[in-house]
Design a protein around this ligand. Sequence first.
Ligand SMILES: [Zn+2]
Length: 242
Amino acid sequence: MISDNTFIWMAVFAVSSAIVNGLGIYAIYKNKSWAEKAKTYLMCFAAGMLISVPLVFAFPNAVEKNFYAGFAGLVGFLFMFFSNNVIKHRTRQQSLAFGITAAEGIGIHSFVDGVIYAVTFSASILVGFLSGLGLVIHEFAEGVIIFSVLIKAGFKKKKAALCAFFIASLTTPLGAFIAYPFVSMLDSSLLGLALGFVVGVLIYISASHLLPEAREHEKEHSKWAFLAGVALALVIVLTKMA
Ligand SMILES: [Zn+2]
């Protein structure tokens, strides 16, 4: 079931992630106000895709492979909840030590993003493609965020941009390429559990990370961006199901 195409598609999306993340870093480096405005809309749009795809497409796919995928999904959600609590708590404080802790958290998060590509593309190219679209778009915001965190921690602009690239951009393809050989060895039933876990992670990213962050800087059209993300996901899923 796992073909060479699976790997190629995963690689394309993982590398695009790094590029879009790098674009986010470059954008805020060059033009802070433009980048922050774009960030809000892109986060909302990505949130729309990343809540729809797991619920209507990836989760049924996971349950088809393993009836207990919902339990894995709950574990994935709780995993994100507890690991993100630590990060959020620490990013409030503006010092080098806390900046580094926050950067570590973002680095781990970006690595997990890469693992998500390995799991979703192994489940099916369409599941990977759909989750991947939302993920690649949210990478722009992540690039903007990591740069801001490092600046708050006292880094000079150039150094912040370079560190951000290593911490947030490169870690995603790294996660994908490291996880892929292991994920591709899983049988269908275990892959169902892994996909269930990823569904929990994606729902968390959308509902608890992207949406509240975007709401903090409530822009007039952000809910339209959110609904546009939902609509795009539904259009692709429904066309493929028909
Ligand atoms: Zn992410």
